[in-house]
Design a protein around this ligand. Structure first.
Ligand SMILES: O=C(O)CCC(=O)C(=O)O
Ligand SMILES: [Fe+2]
Length: 237
């Protein structure tokens, strides 16, 4: 995907956000952020924020995590981990962020997510941010971020992921695109660029159209990832 030459139809963003509030989740960006939003796809909504973070802030976050020596093999679920996602990652729990000297950057991330209108863990339910690094050849195979209904009920106590936010922390020339096969979208990582999409409907069912993958890295790729969720109504609770 290239931003150059991209023209958005007038009014389409407001319509998309209004529709999103009915079907998925209400997103209320600050006027400053709203001006920067680029609609990559209307239904389901996929939004791009080209300059969400400065290069300096991205580089600081990478440096802090690199220096911490805490990068671990990601765990999607114990059995699937090796085949599905082969990157390294760090979950930024508060004590971990403090220990690395990343607390300020994590607070900034939550503040900026609040301005984007999806909030952070402070507003309702969320998960700790993950910092993920893909080295050459590493990938994340096609998957849904939302849990299937059985998992929501039986393993997650009604918790479902409603929004996925990805912040690309470096420029990636070759490989490493985030690909949405159902939507025909490839997002090539650009330093500071945010990507927002919505893996579940309001009632907690997966929106399977948002299936996506991280294509195998050629150049090293770093992202920060945040999931926001909620407890969905359940007949059994
Ligand atoms: O790295 C990417 O481009 C996608 C990451 C992703 O899908 C995830 O963390 O759930
Ligand atoms: Fe994902």
């Amino acid at each position: 995907f290239s931003l150059r030459g991209q023209i958005q139809p007038e009014g389409s963003l407001k319509e998309t956000l209004a529709g999103l509030a009915k079907t998925h989740i209400s997103v209320r960006p600050s006027p400053d952020i709203e001006d920067q939003l680029i609609l990559l796809h209307a239904d389901p909504a996929v939004l791009l924020i080209p300059n969400f973070w400065s290069r300096e802030a991205c580089e600081q976050l990478i440096a802090v995590v690199r220096g911490s020596g805490a990068m671990r093999q990601s765990h999607v679920s114990a059995a699937e981990a090796l085949a599905l996602r082969t990157s390294g990652s760090v979950v930024m729990k508060p004590e971990m962020a403090r220990r690395f000297g990343a607390a300020r950057l994590v607070r900034k991330l939550f503040r900026d997510l609040a301005a984007l209108g999806v909030g952070g863990p402070q507003s309702g339910y969320g998960e700790y941010p993950q910092i993920i690094r893909y080295e050459r050849g590493q990938h994340f195979a096609e998957h849904q971020d939302a849990f299937n209904w059985e998992q929501v009920q039986q393993e997650q106590d009604g918790y479902q992921r409603q929004a996925t936010f990805l912040l690309y922390l470096n420029d990636v020339e070759k490989g490493g695109a985030t690909r949405f096969p159902e939507l025909g979208i490839d997002v090539q990582p650009r330093c500071g660029q945010g990507l927002l999409f919505f893996p579940a409907f309001k009632d907690g069912r997966q929106d399977a159209r948002t299936a996506h993958s991280a294509e195998a890295a050629v150049d090293e790729k770093w992202i920060a990832q945040v999931w926001k969720g909620k407890l969905v109504p359940s007949p059994s609770r």
